[in-house]
Design a protein around this ligand. Structure first.
Ligand code: WTA
Length: 638
């Protein structure tokens, strides 16, 4: 690597950030070629970037050949084979933690890759992974990538019907799961949920099951295989499949404003280069440091910043099986002390929940190892930011508020730890390569500072999603049609007098509850499945721990005689159809919904009622029946 590319690859001063940013805008191809020169390629690219947002089509490093796992594993073996790659911390603090070195991880991934091949998996097959946060999850993800299979990880909190929908959408050939998972005091019976799902999944040929809880499960002959049997006798080396730069690496589902969840497709080379670059720079990761991201691998944060980013950077990454509240509200801090975590990355919702607990849960532990803190998933409120800064960072750890999305693959707007001056609740400045533009409602770009608008990105970056699996037209409509020639994030943002960005939240019908994206349409159709329910409208309202919570206005065929029982049934219905994360906090039974004469629900009004902000409901003159509003207001649940 020459000196120029070394400079481009690692930012160490505010000036270097400026230089890197400037070059990434002036000559993006040169900039990213410089960053990419640091990786292991089987063949170099022919062209750094081809793009057309009208189609939309984006190709990075086209012509290059690689396997991402060679970059996450093989290339580290000489230099750091015996260094820890993963520290696995179990749900129960009494159970021993596990450390896995790069050598061991390489062996385990190869062994499981051979098992996959032995079971007939070939390049391009889709494999669904529905697993607890155990080491085998990391192994499964990487083994898919090694053999060229496309992983589709489904968060293990989703219901059987959500799992079935995702399996069917991508016609997965195999599911990798476990007998069960531990979540605090609860056991979730993953295999049973999988069995239920598979009743409606014709494409599945094989199921691999990790033994985690040891509880008895049904194993279907000729279909289900125990993980330990599958790897038995398998060699621990495995030649990686050589992939094209733009070959699909994975599918990951995310909720949209309308319709069913979208299978976002990420490709190999650009995703690898960008997650590695942003991981190292935003956190200023130093060799040997212990890095802990508390997300689940079932979400994009876990894909990019527990596995691919850190492992490609040769980092020590912590995988935590449990929850922040078990056995008590001090668990995060106990783990930080135990593993001497240097970089800690979590969600505002977790910070707010822990902020509510007694400070003694924090003070009990030695947090002096911490150097950098991070947050992700939703806007962080100033109070939570200050609490995090003062009580966890002790005033001395930069907070990187990383703004990004499943669709963006990696950080879009984020401070560079210790280099970008932070401001509470601001994601601050774009990462090199990211060109944000704020737009007004008429589609004009808003120039200057101290302005607010809809956040778009006007130039491609390497880790952007390439399509929605099986529905390129929806990809185009959702992200590239609102503002011509620009990627629309769905978020609103302010740019202050210093050019710093503050994300104000979703401007569409996606609600972020405890950091999880939920589509209102998805929840509405789940509630409508209850046979007593005729129609539903769902909106978000502010919640002091979850950020937002779900408020459902429900019309029944007949006024319910026992509202509480019906509420419980509706919650169960939502849990069964989507998963517990989508359960509404409030359900109000109403006689009608505020609709325009053309039949459109005026959610703006419902949002105000749900937020107890009814002093000015705005123009209601276009409503078909304005009296509905008074009735809803009278019965509103505060
Ligand atoms: C929101 C998570 C404010 C935003 C990585 C985005 C944020 C959605 C932040 C994507 C942040 C994420 N500040 N808002 N730092 N990070 N968001 O796909 O609304 O689960 O569009 O990806 O979360 O959520 P997703």
């Amino acid at each position: 690597m020459n000196q120029a590319s070394a400079l481009m690859n690692t930012i160490t001063t505010p000036n270097e950030y400026k230089q890197a940013y400037q070059q990434s805008v002036e000559d993006p191809e040169k900039f990213w070629a410089g960053v990419a020169s640091d990786f292991l390629w089987r063949k170099n690219w022919d062209q750094v970037l081809q793009w057309d947002f009208a189609k939309p089509e984006v190709k990075w490093f086209d012509g290059a050949k690689l396997n991402i796992t060679e970059n996450c594993l093989d290339r580290h073996l000489l230099e750091r084979g015996d260094q820890t790659a993963i520290i696995w911390e179990p749900n129960d603090p009494q159970e021993d933690h596990i450390t896995i070195t790069y050598n061991e991880l390489h062996q385990r991934v190869c062994q499981f890759s051979n098992a996959l091949k032995d079971m007939g998996v070939v390049k391009g097959d889709r494999i669904c992974i529905y697993m607890p946060m155990i080491p085998e999850l990391a192994v499964a993800v990487l083994a898919c990538a090694r053999v060229g299979a496309i992983h589709s990880v489904v968060f293990a909190g989703f219901s059987s019907s959500s799992l079935a929908d995702r399996i069917n959408d991508a016609s997965c050939k195999m599911v990798i799961t476990a007998d069960g998972s531990y979540r605090g005091e609860k056991i979730v019976e993953l295999k049973k949920i999988t069995d239920d799902a598979l009743q409606s999944c014709a494409s599945i040929e094989k199921v691999i099951v990790v033994k985690r809880t040891g509880k008895e499960v049904n194993m279907q002959e000729n279909r289900d295989v125990w993980w330990h049997d599958a790897i038995d006798d398998m060699a621990d080396t495995c030649e990686p499949e050589v992939m094209d730069a733009e070959d699909m690496l994975f599918i990951l589902y995310t909720s949209g404003s309308t319709g069913k969840p979208k299978g976002m497709v990420h490709s190999s080379a650009g995703y690898m280069v960008y997650t590695n670059y942003t991981f190292r720079n935003a956190f200023q990761y130093q060799d040997g440091e212990v890095y802990w991201c508390t997300a689940d691998v079932g979400w994009i944060t876990g894909h990019s910043y527990i596995l691919y980013g850190p492992l490609s950077a040769g980092a020590v990454t912590v995988m935590f099986e449990g929850v922040p509240s078990y056995p008590d509200m001090g668990r995060f801090w106990q783990v930080v002390e135990k593993h001497k975590v240097n970089i800690f990355y979590t969600a505002p919702t977790a910070i707010r929940a822990l902020e509510k607990a007694d400070l003694s849960f924090v003070e009990k532990y030695d947090l002096s190892s911490l150097r950098v803190l991070g947050t992700v998933g939703e806007p962080i409120n100033e109070e939570a930011w200050h609490w995090y800064d003062k009580n966890i960072g002790k005033g001395g750890c930069p907070i990187v508020d990383t703004y990004w999305q499943t669709e963006t693959g990696g950080f879009m707007i984020s401070p560079i730890a210790g280099i970008t001056e932070t401001k509470p609740a601001f994601a601050t400045l774009p990462m090199p390569g990211v060109q944000p533009a704020l737009m007004d409602k008429d589609g004009n770009e808003i120039g200057g500072n101290a302005v607010e608008g809809r956040l778009t990105i006007k130039f491609p970056w390497p880790s952007m999603a390439r399509t929605i699996y099986g529905d390129h037209e929806r990809f185009k409509q959702t992200y590239f049609s609102a503002f011509e020639g620009k990627y629309f994030t769905g978020d609103g943002a302010k740019r202050d007098e210093d050019g710093y960005y503050r994300i104000t939240g979703r401007v569409d019908d996606v609600i972020i509850v405890s950091g999880h994206n939920l589509g209102t349409a998805e929840i509405e159709s789940a509630i409508d499945e209850h046979d007593k329910v005729c129609e539903t409208a769902v909106v978000g309202f502010p919640h002091d721990v979850k950020g937002n919570a779900v408020y459902a206005f429900v019309i029944c065929y007949q006024a319910p005689s026992d509202e509480d029982t019906l509420r419980k049934e509706i919650l169960e219905t939502v849990s069964d159809i989507i998963g517990p994360i989508a359960k509404p906090d409030k359900i109000q039974f109403v006689g009608g919904l505020p609709k325009t004469r053309s039949g459109k629900i005026m959610r703006r009004i419902l949002r105000k009622i749900a937020s107890s902000d009814t002093s000015n409901l705005g123009d209601t003159s276009t409503l078909l029946d304005p009296s509905v509003v008074d009735e809803i207001m009278a019965g509103a649940i505060n």
